[in-house]
Design a protein around this ligand. Structure first.
Ligand SMILES: NC(=O)c1ccc[n+]([C@@H]2O[C@H](COP(=O)([O-])OP(=O)(O)OC[C@H]3O[C@@H](n4cnc5c(N)ncnc54)[C@H](OP(=O)(O)O)[C@@H]3O)[C@@H](O)[C@H]2O)c1
Length: 280
């Protein structure tokens, strides 16, 4: 059992509350939202040897067990019972706020770059580069030595430069702006929808690699796959964060009682960083 110190709020939380995936992968109702948190182990079950009481851990309830059993842990709570496959040790170098911000979004950003097999020979286009998924994808690609061009509104362009990416305004002509930057070899889409998919299709050469964190009819028609998640993704992002190669931008920390307001803000889609919830 984990006592949550901080809880991360992710787009998937409002999407599940709103009833997404009702047919394919229904969330239990009534249920508790939340896929991300960090805290301290208060008790362990019989047979648990890999973790011990008092240990700091990061929780990602998206782990395989939760999906196959239909019982999502739901991190929006003070105390949480998890399977050991849903946690990794919190490295001492990773602060509580950073740890709470890693699961779901940063994990998906890592997984997109891993899925694409990005190397130093690549120039990667990241759609939605200022968000939780996109900013992680940028940092992981930069850490692999790739050149990165990312879309964001102008208010976020200095942020993208600070991550090592060349910023492009998604409200202008993405295709021509990217062409002016140079040819791309891969595309990681953290936005989805017609505009980013059509830009990817126009910019990628034949045989170019593309992946999306939010598949829809547009990405399906363009045969752009959903990101594939490696089993060690949470461990990998925790390691990158511990090395200082992955930092989560934090927008706000609210009391857990304000969870509904936090979900509305994430749904609006223009936060400058991750919103965290603090259990009282
Ligand atoms: N497959 C998975 O495992 C997985 C995991 C996590 C998330 N996701 C999905 O990935 C998507 C992004 O999640 P997130 O956590 O990154 O969300 P987020 O942090 O809430 O995204 C907000 C950011 O998106 C930017 N943005 C909004 N519209 C944009 C556009 N048209 N073009 C470029 N940037 C735009 C905003 O920048 P401005 O304020 O500058 O507009 C803001 O920085 C969501 O659909 C989420 O459900 C998938």
């Amino acid at each position: 059992m984990v006592r949550n110190e901080l809880i991360g709020v992710n787009p998937i939380d409002w999407k599940l509350v709103a009833g997404f995936f009702q047919r394919t992968d229904p969330a239990p109702f009534p249920g508790t939202p939340g896929w991300a948190s960090t805290g301290i182990i208060e008790a362990v079950g019989a047979g648990v040897t890999a973790f011990s009481v008092g240990q700091a851990v990061i929780v990602d309830s998206r782990a395989r067990l939760a999906v196959t059993s239909g019982s999502r842990a739901g991190t929006f709570r003070q105390y949480l019972v998890v399977d050991t496959r849903q946690i990794v040790p919190r490295p001492p170098e990773v602060g509580v706020e950073q740890a709470a911000g890693l699961p779901s979004s940063a994990v998906a950003g890592y997984s997109m770059i891993h899925h694409l097999g990005v190397t130093e020979d690549d120039t990667v286009l990241v759609h939605g580069a200022a968000g939780g998924v996109g900013s992680a994808a940028v940092q992981v690609a930069v850490a692999r030595g790739a050149r990165v061009v990312g879309t964001a509104s102008p208010d976020n362009h200095d942020y993208l430069r600070s991550l090592g990416a060349h910023p492009i305004d998604y409200r202008a002509d993405i295709v021509n702006a990217v062409r002016a930057f140079g040819p791309i070899t891969a595309s990681a889409d953290a936005v989805g929808g017609a505009a980013s998919v059509s830009a990817t299709v126009a910019l990628l050469p034949l045989g170019g690699r593309a992946v999306t964190a939010w598949g829809d009819a547009h990405s399906e028609a363009a045969r752009i796959p959903w990101v594939a998640h490696p089993n060690d993704e949470l461990h990998q992002v925790a390691t990158l964060a511990a090395r200082g190669q992955l930092t989560v931008r934090i927008a706000d920390i609210l009391p857990l009682a304000d969870a509904a307001a936090a979900l509305k803000r994430v749904k609006a889609g223009h936060n400058r960083g991750k919103i965290l919830l603090r259990p009282e």
